[in-house]
Structures are given as C-alpha cells and as structure tokens.
Ligand binder design. Structure first.
Ligand SMILES: C[S@@+](CC[C@H](N)C(=O)[O-])C[C@H]1O[C@@H](n2cnc3c(N)ncnc32)[C@H](O)[C@@H]1O
Length: 214
C-alpha cells in the first residue's frame, strides 16, 4: 500500500473536532472528554481508521480512541469522522510506547491491535506492539477481565505474539483463529481493517487471537 505524504500535506490535525492535541491532560479523565461514563475502547496503530470508525458507528453507546503515530495518516481518519459527524470517537497522534502517560488505571475496556508493523528482525522485537514489555503497559490501564484482540496476516508476528501472551502471566490466551475469514457467511459480519481487506483479497489467511487480562 503506497502512501505519499506529499499528497496530504494540506491536511492539519487541528482542523478535526475529534483530534486531541494534548492527550496527557486527560489521563484519568477521558469520561469528561466524552461527557459520559461509557466503556472506552482503543485501537493502537489505527492507520486511516476504517475499523475503529465502523465500531463507533455500530456502537453509539461506547467511546473509542484511534491512536496513530503518523500524523497525515491519522488526518485521513479525522476527515472520515468529520464527514460522518461521529461524536463517540477521538483521534490521537501518539506513540504506543508512551501510552502510560495518557491512560490511567482501569480506564480502557478493550484494546485492538490490527496488522501491527511486523519488525521482522530479531533485534527489533521490542518494537512489536505485542512485545511483553508493552503488554505490561497495557495491563496497567486495562480494566480487569478486559480483552486485547489482535489480527494479522503475518505468521511470524502471530506466533511471536501467541508466545508473548502465553509467557505473560497477566493474561489468559482465550482464543486463536488461524483463518478468520474461512467461513464466508460468518465473515460478512466481521469488521475489517484496510490492511485486512487488502491481504484477504490477495488470498492470505488472516489470524486472530483474543487475550484476557486476569
Ligand atoms: C500496517 S499499518 C495497519 C493499519 C491498520 N491497523 C490496518 O489494519 O489497516 C500499521 C500502523 O500502525 C502504526 N504504528 C506503528 N507503530 C506504532 C506505534 N508505536 N504507535 C502508534 N502507531 C503505530 C503505523 O504508523 C501504521 O499506520
């Protein structure tokens, strides 16, 4: 998927109502941002936001935060949210490695990780969003008995991630699916991401795991 930053250089995150410029200010107070106490779910590395925007559309009684470290990609997510007039979603231009600065204990009801960058070299393992170091960070702000859902088409990253959840005693691995779209009838109801659509259409198997905070 080729992405040309220059095509989108006119976009400015500050133009989007959903954009939160100083998310550190809301640590422990995200319910004030949404003016309600509804469950708050986050996607880390949301890309253009297709997946989390669809969740926000289907679930008006939940709140969502889309997190993406590349500003222009996140701006495309902001564009779509503006078009739809969605009020239950916010966007953050933030790095997953600093999430403890913006979320407090028990603030988050679910975490979605979709098609995270694989970082194939062993020396870069710690950059993977399912590395145990980050699972420990997520643990601190996830509510008890809440879930992390992870999808990818990358076999090596998936096997690595299963292992990270198994060795981490703070989580129970609840389910592993090695071909999420095998049943076409069931597949129709699955909310997909941009990358998922692309790789599914190429014939790749899509893997999914669900893990629960103990
Ligand atoms: C391969 S794309 C997948 C995008 C989307 N989730 C999908 O499935 O279509 C991975 C995204 O994660 C973002 N990302 C990677 N590392 C990140 C980090 N440490 N913090 C926040 N976003 C990150 C990248 O910028 C990229 O947009």
């Amino acid at each position: 998927m080729r992405f040309r930053r220059s095509h989108y250089s006119h976009l400015n995150l500050l133009d989007y109502d959903a954009y939160i410029d100083e998310p550190q200010d809301y640590k422990g107070k995200w319910n004030e941002v949404f003016s309600n106490n509804n469950d708050l779910e986050i996607e880390i590395g949301c890309g253009k936001g297709k997946f989390i925007i669809e969740h926000a559309l289907r679930n008006p009684n939940k709140n969502y935060i889309a997190i993406e470290k590349v500003d222009v990609i996140l701006a495309l997510c902001g564009e779509k949210i503006n078009e739809l007039g969605l009020k239950n979603i916010r966007i953050l231009n933030y790095d997953a490695n600093k999430l403890e600065e913006i979320f407090d204990e028990d603030e988050i009801s679910k975490i979605y990780l979709n098609f995270s960058d694989p970082w194939p070299k062993n020396k870069h393992q710690k950059r993977r969003l399912t590395h145990s170091k980050l699972l420990n960070v997520y643990y601190n702000f996830l509510k008890d008995a809440s879930y992390i859902e992870f999808k990818t088409d990358n076999r090596n990253l998936f096997e690595f991630s299963i292992n990270e959840f198994i060795i981490n005693e703070k989580y129970n691995l609840e389910s592993v699916n090695l071909d999420l779209h095998k049943d076409q009838e069931l597949s129709k109801d699955i909310i997909t991401t941009e990358y998922e659509d692309k790789f599914k259409n190429m014939g790749n198997e899509i893997y999914k795991l669900v893990s629960k905070k103990v």
